[in-house]
Design a protein around this ligand. Structure first.
Ligand code: TRP
Length: 332
């Protein structure tokens, strides 16, 4: 397909580090499937990150790490535009403009805002409140068709669609209305310690969470300690959330079906099963870990990727911005 006919995919990732197996299987691994048939933009959203207080050196380091991690997970910078949000000034520019077309009431209903302001009661800043308008700007700047995100971002995506439609209604067609691509819940990875809750980046219990960069020893130890149930049979069932979660993980790394997995462990106990899941997961993540380590040694290369990405993104963003400025009535 000619480059210009390709549909556009955009997604953003916070430079928050410590990504989990859930982030990997539920989101990042899906990103690279778009590389061939779509024009893809993956952005490290540092402007969003400062809605909560950051240590400057940490933020800088995590920005590199997030880029490296995405590349290590299979995003080739030749086939995807990988860039840092603050390197393309149109994000902030359109973010402000969209603030003026986003309603106080709409933003007040955002569950992420309510959660985050409960957690950061001492720093409920205006940026935290208008976060979704900036996210809408990210998406709409590129005339995006498809936005792959986790289910937790669905409400923000709906808002982006509403704001785009509102702007289009006032000024005539300006923005493409984006569609979400939200992976089905089969890829929802649950906590290893409390398998009815989602595996969460910020779980205080480290045994509950597999991190993409965990060592093999860590991975094996955490799976050994994973909560199962009082039976012994490896069987996928709603009333066996622990075992079912391990089966989901095993399936993701081996490509085996649930029936095949049940047969493989027929007559064997949970001990063998947990070891096998640990091995499959640790091996599956090994390449990611090695490649990440290699990339982090080469800052100059990462910087070259960011620079090229920002230049590509800038070209697209500028086109949309000049349209927006004209429609609103700004003098050129
Ligand atoms: N809010 C998203 C998250 O926390 C990150 C994000 C920012 C994003 N801008 C985006 C995701 C644009 C998709 C599209 O995960």
């Amino acid at each position: 397909m000619a480059e210009n006919d390709k549909k556009i995919v955009f997604s953003g990732v916070q430079p928050s580090g410590n990504l989990t197996l859930g982030n990997y299987l539920g989101a990042i691994k899906n990103f690279s499937r778009f590389s061939e048939d779509y024009k893809t933009f993956y952005c490290v959203v540092d402007l969003h990150a400062i809605t909560v207080r950051q240590v400057p050196a940490e933020l800088r380091k995590r920005t590199y790490e997030t880029l490296a991690l995405y590349m290590a997970c299979g995003l080739d910078p030749e086939k995807n535009t990988l860039f840092v949000q603050s390197h393309v000034p149109q994000h902030a520019e359109l973010g402000w403009i969209l603030d003026c077309y986003t309603m106080f009431g709409e933003l007040s209903r955002m569950t992420q805002f309510k959660d985050k302001s409960a957690k950061n009661a001492q720093n409920i800043n205006a940026g935290l409140f208008t976060y979704p308008a900036l996210m809408a700007a990210d998406i709409l700047l590129y005339q995006t068709d498809i936005v792959p995100v986790g289910i937790d971002q669905k409400q923000h995506l709906e808002l982006a669609r509403d704001v785009a439609a509102r702007f289009n209604l006032i000024y005539s067609d300006t923005f493409k209305i984006p569609e979400g691509y939200i992976p089905t819940d089969t890829m929802k990875i649950m906590s290893l310690q409390e398998p009815t809750a989602k595996m969460s980046k910020s779980d205080p219990n480290e045994n509950a969470v597999i991190r993409i960069l965990d060592s093999k020893d860590d991975v094996m130890r955490k799976f050994k300690r994973a909560v199962t149930d009082s039976e012994t049979s490896v069987r996928y069932s709603e009333d066996k959330p622990g075992v079912s979660n391990l089966m989901t993980i095993y399936r993701a790394f081996t490509g085996k079906t649930f029936e095949e997995i049940e047969r493989e462990f027929d007559g064997k106990g949970y001990g063998d099963f947990k070891l096998a899941v640990g091995e499959a997961c640790a091996d599956g993540l090994k390449d990611v870990r090695d490649e990440f380590a290699r990339l982090m040694q080469d800052k100059a290369y990462l910087e070259a990727v960011m620079k090229k990405g920002a230049e590509e993104a800038y070209g697209y963003a500028r086109r949309t911005m000049s349209k927006v400025r004209r429609k609103i009535g700004f003098v050129n």
